[in-house]
Design a protein around this ligand. Structure first.
Ligand SMILES: Nc1ncnc2c1ncn2[C@@H]1O[C@H](COP(=O)(O)OP(=O)(O)OP(=O)(O)O)[C@@H](O)[C@H]1O
Ligand SMILES: [Mg+2]
Length: 190
């Protein structure tokens, strides 16, 4: 019973923005992983060095399983650790991507400390969420959407297309090559 679309990607790429609109308009139940973790008491503390919550993964997986077992409902599950969703429920995983230069600016505007901005921007450059999704769900179940330059309407439209199976195959987005071509890679090498 595959009844879940996973929307994952580095913090700040626009997952919640896209997922809320598509869930509302297209009749999905929305599970925001951060909220579920909080509600379920699956936050196991705070990593002081990274300024990020530590997730009790076993507990969160149990909660997800409980929720996704609901008969007859279709779900969008969104969060930057989307690979935590038990694969037997997952119909497709969509990895939102964003040009590291825009991501850096967005995260800085959010007030993230520089070390946290860098960590997340590097994760985006290294395809970290994509690799996790492919490992968890298999290459055939994963599509990328490049959100760079897309306004809200176009972002939503592109994610809808990917839900329908029309998107970029894993590995299509390559920030290293793009930054190199545009002479911007040095900004990210330290
Ligand atoms: N297409 C877009 N164009 C411009 N700004 C956007 C777009 N999509 C999202 N944003 C803005 O970028 C910020 C991050 O978006 P959002 O909260 O949806 O990201 P997220 O991937 O859910 O991040 P997190 O993993 O931290 O929850 C928000 O301020 C949002 O308004
Ligand atoms: Mg979010």
């Amino acid at each position: 019973m595959r009844n879940a679309i996973v929307i994952t990607g580095t913090p700040g790429v626009g997952k919640t923005t896209a997922a809320r609109e598509i869930a509302r308009a297209d009749g999905y139940r929305l599970i925001e992983l951060n909220s579920l973790a909080k509600e379920a008491g699956a936050l196991a503390g705070q990593d002081p060095e990274r300024g990020a919550a530590i997730i009790d993964e076993a507990k969160l997986k149990r909660e997800l399983t409980k929720a996704l077992k609901s008969e007859g409902a279709k779900f969008i599950v969104e969060g930057h650790y989307g690979e935590i969703v038990p694969p037997r429920f997952v119909e497709r995983a969509i990895v939102l991507r964003l040009d590291p230069r825009i991501l850096r600016q967005r995260l800085a505007e959010r007030g993230y400390p520089p070390s946290k901005v860098d960590e997340n921007v590097q994760a985006e450059i290294l395809d970290s969420c994509l690799a996790s999704a492919v490992e968890a769900f298999g290459e055939g179940a994963v599509l990328e959407v490049d959100a760079t330059g897309l306004d809200f309407q176009r972002l939503v439209a592109s994610v809808r297309e990917a839900i329908a199976g029309r998107g970029l195959a894993p590995g299509s987005v390559n920030w290293v090559t793009r930054l190199q071509k545009e002479g911007a890679l040095h900004e990210f090498l330290r």
